[in-house]
Design a protein around this ligand. Structure first.
Ligand SMILES: [Zn+2]
Length: 149
């Protein structure tokens, strides 16, 4: 595995078109899957399945909820997306495949990526009897001020 630059989050979608991406991951790029991919593989909003459905329905009114749910699960299975449980048992989808942490804005519910290098968690090796291979920190709070980007 090659190391990723900590400052620039890498998504699988940064270079390739959606159709190429799906094909590379063994997913047949149907019109519905492409419409879903165009949103969910580009967004940094960490949407839930219902939010993806609402968004995709605007571009593709005939799409069904089941198609969106099945497609999201397929994308996760094929390594195009990650599913995170970040709040109240809610599953959100994230195209940022690089290790990173999350900050949840308690006022708006917005979920922001926190670079992996921004936090140091020490003593994970002290968890006796467990072999820790992954961890993710979820921070909660408020933004100090509106950001311009
Ligand atoms: Zn994320």
């Amino acid at each position: 595995m090659r190391p990723t630059k900590p400052t620039k989050p890498t998504t699988a979608s940064s270079v390739l078109s959606e159709a190429e991406l799906l094909e590379r991951h063994g997913v047949l790029p149907s019109a519905q899957r492409l419409a879903i991919a165009q949103y969910v593989l580009r967004t940094d909003e960490h949407p839930s399945a219902d939010q993806v459905f609402a968004k995709v329905k605007r571009a593709l009114p005939m799409v069904s909820r089941a198609t969106v749910y099945n497609t999201l699960n397929l994308f996760v299975d094929r390594g195009l997306l990650r599913a995170h449980v970040l709040a109240e048992g809610k599953v959100v989808f994230d195209p940022n495949l690089a290790p990173h942490h999350h900050f949840i804005d308690e006022e708006t519910g917005a979920i922001h990526d926190v670079p992996w290098s921004a936090l140091a968690v020490s003593n994970v090796d002290a968890l006796e009897g467990f072999d820790v291979h992954e961890y993710q920190v979820v921070l909660r709070g408020k933004l100090k001020k509106a950001r311009s980007t």
